[in-house]
Design a protein around this ligand. Structure first.
Ligand code: HEM
Length: 492
């Protein structure tokens, strides 16, 4: 046995030296960053005790464009408003791909819109923008669906009769119902078993992204395929949502409803029919099922988390909540609200923006990949490099915001109290792959919150001094479970 080690030890040393030598050579071609170690890369600098500001702190040390190594994979991070804007807007084409790593290939099947690239993505994205607009986003009919859903949420909250309760599940249910309405024209009740399964699947998917077993899958997919772990649960969840989407597509085909399109599936089936003789068409049922999965994953957790933070912060800042309520009551005379009303409510608008800025719901942003060799602020970034636009760092950029760490609605108000739209407010990303559902999310956010605030005053349960404002750290950053009292307002 000892004899084996005599040969193995020098071999291992040579391999380690070769590894270091190769890595040192690659290091020179990428922007600076923490020294990568064999196998774990820069994980020693980020992996243990990850916090909301981990990447922001790294930028202070290494500059606004730096490299982190995930094992032997370089990931370039863009930090702060100027670097992110330059990458996503000035290099629109070069950073228009998503990295299709082994894990994301399984989840996204290289189809649909969020995890596809090239011709498929371009065609699907164009279609998505067009049909969401046609479905009436921003127009009265879609708004009335959102308003109806917001009223349902008001009724659910009212059942609690001002007693402490956790609003989380009801909010998720309402938001996911909006995606259901958009995609297949149906809603679930809070008690529906299918809804519960769907939410479980979404939670599993979100939990798995960025987990240790996800990281291992990226490095050793051949091995991890056979081992249990969160990655396998995420694949199961993805298959579940995909199958649900297929069932809904079948039902729409049976009903032959696409000639009077009412929802996304109808529009898509019509498009498939129109382009059946086009050899370049990527419109098919597989892409459609994936598209529905994409809309669920990107559209539910995000908006629901934003609303959960809003209720939490407004409870912790009762003076701000009361000021918002007063403005809404003074300005809006009609009992029904529409998105355009936001323009008449500068203070409310500023508060709603500030909540989304100060409690950003994604840990960073969605990754991109360079489609060709590029030069970014003097750094060479080779084709195929994964690039993370750190959106959080933009929303906390000390050069752009007066008090980035504080909840301060004045960030969006001028001296006269007018609302000021800020270029640095980029929670939905920017450039070619900017959030497809931004408009829907903005309408939902406004109508849900305004309807809730008109009906209830959100208060701390007796004996509670403040709700915990530190988030759970994952790929999204939701608040910790909390209880709140929705005390009915007695409006004149
Ligand atoms: C508060 C709510 C939301 C936030 C903060 C948010 C944020 C984002 C961000 C940061 C991206 C990546 C953009 C980039 O790469 O530059 C994104 C992409 C995306 N979002 Fe949203 N989002 C929200 C709601 C929604 C909703 C409601 C939907 C669906 C109806 C949606 C659908 C999508 C899709 C499909 C993509 C991928 C687009 C592509 O790759 O072309 N999002 N979102």
């Amino acid at each position: 046995m000892e004899g084996v080690w005599v040969y193995l030890t020098p071999l291992l040393v040579i391999l380690l030296i070769l590894y270091f030598w190769r890595q040192q050579r690659s290091l020179r071609t990428f922007p600076p960053g923490p020294l990568p170690l064999p196998f774990i890369g820069s994980l020693w600098r980020t992996g243990f005790g990850y916090r909301e500001d981990t990447l922001i702190k790294l930028a202070k040390q290494y500059g606004n464009i730096y490299t982190l190594w995930m094992a032997n994979l370089p990931v370039v991070v863009l930090s702060g408003f100027h670097a992110v804007k330059e990458g996503l807007v000035n290099h629109l084409e070069e950073l228009s791909d998503r990295p299709l790593t082994p894990f994301f290939r399984v989840i996204g099947r290289e189809m649909g819109v969020a995890l596809s690239n090239g011709h498929t993505w371009k065609q699907q994205r164009r279609f998505g923008l067009h049909s969401l607009r046609k479905l009436g986003l921003g127009k009265k009919n879609m708004e009335s669906q959102i308003e109806a859903e917001a009223q349902q949420l008001v009724e659910i909250f009212a059942r609690e009769k001002g007693q402490p309760f956790d609003p989380s599940m009801a909010i998720t249910n309402s938001i996911s119902n909006m995606i259901c309405a958009v995609t297949f024209g149906q809603r679930f009740s809070l008690e529906d078993e299918n809804f519960k399964k769907l939410i479980e699947a979404l939670d599993l998917g979100v939990m798995a992204i960025g987990s240790f077993s996800h990281a291992l899958y990226e490095v050793m997919p051949w091995l991890m395929k056979k081992l249990p772990g969160l990655h396998r649960k995420a694949f199961y969840a993805s298959n579940m949502i995909f199958s649900l989407a297929k069932t809904k597509i079948e039902k729409h085909k049976e009903d032959n409803s696409c000639h009077d399109p009412q929802d996304f599936i109808d529009f898509y089936l019509l498009q498939m029919e129109k382009s059946k003789n086009d050899p370049d068409s990527t419109y098919d049922e597989e892409n459609l099922a994936q598209y529905i999965q994409d809309l669920f994953i990107t559209g539910t957790e995000t908006t629901a988390t934003a609303l959960k933070w809003a209720i939490l912060l407004l409870t912790n800042y009762p003076d701000i909540q009361d000021k918002v309520y007063k403005e809404i009551e003074d300005v809006l005379v009609s009992s029904s609200i529409c998105y355009q009303d936001l323009k008449k409510l500068p203070y409310t608008n500023a508060v709603f923006h500030e909540i989304q800025r100060s409690k950003y719901i994604l840990l960073v942003g969605f990754p991109r990949q360079s489609t060709k060799d590029m030069n970014l602020r003097g750094f060479h970034i080779p084709k195929g490099t994964i690039v993370i636009p750190d959106v959080r760092s933009v929303l906390f950029d000390p050069e752009q915001w007066e008090t980035p760490e504080e909840f301060n609605p004045n960030h969006f108000l001028d001296k006269e109290g007018n609302f000021v739209a800020r270029e640095e407010f980029l929670p939905f990303g920017a450039g070619a792959r900017v959030c497809l559902g931004e408009h829907l999310a903005r309408i939902e956010y406004f109508l849900f919150l305004t309807n809730l605030l008109r009906t209830f005053r959100f208060q701390l349960p007796e004996g509670v001094k403040e709700l915990n404002q530190s988030p759970i750290i994952g790929i999204t950053t939701p608040p910790r479970p909390y209880q709140v009292c929705a005390v009915p307002r007695h409006r004149p």
